[in-house]
Design a protein around this ligand. Structure first.
Ligand SMILES: [Cu+2]
Length: 145
């Protein structure tokens, strides 16, 4: 091999490594509890392997999962006023709420991998009238985004 072909080979190998690694870098999406009893991002579209971090910028809130693709193993419920972090490995729609503010519609949706296969579970969750109306709005937003 000449020096030039060797250099070209190294160049292309590096190019392939860079091109493929870019897709596998997992992201961390940060969502804040706000003073208005909402989550700063109500509908989050993420990819498999991404992490969502909830930050207690405002007091009196938490994160409690109500539905997800695996109803038998929903992500952990968080402690009030504490940061919380979950890595999402299963595609599908996840619905969570703030335990004390679920009834006034403090809800959030996470869509992993643009996968809506379990939307029926989400629609079947029992919520207050306000909660149901907020959920309808969030699902509409999720589907359009
Ligand atoms: Cu709350």
């Amino acid at each position: 091999m000449t020096v030039i072909t060797r250099m070209l080979t190294v160049f292309f190998v590096l190019l392939i490594i860079i091109a493929t690694s870019k897709e596998t870098i997992a992201e961390v999406i940060q969502i804040e509890f706000t003073q208005f009893d909402t989550y700063s991002i109500e509908v989050a579209h993420i990819e498999v392997g991404d992490t969502v971090e909830w930050l207690p910028r405002s007091k009196g809130h938490n994160v409690e999962f109500l539905a997800g693709p695996d109803m038998a193993a929903l992500p952990a419920k968080s402690i009030m006023n504490e940061a919380h972090s979950i890595l999402f490995e299963q595609p599908g729609v996840y619905l969570y709420s703030c335990t004390p503010h679920s009834n006034i519609g403090m809800l959030g949706l996470i869509v992993v991998g643009r996968d809506f296969h379990n939307l029926e579970n989400i629609n079947g969750v029992e919520l207050s009238k306000v909660g149901k109306s907020v959920l309808r709005k969030l699902i509409k937003k999720a589907k359009s985004g």
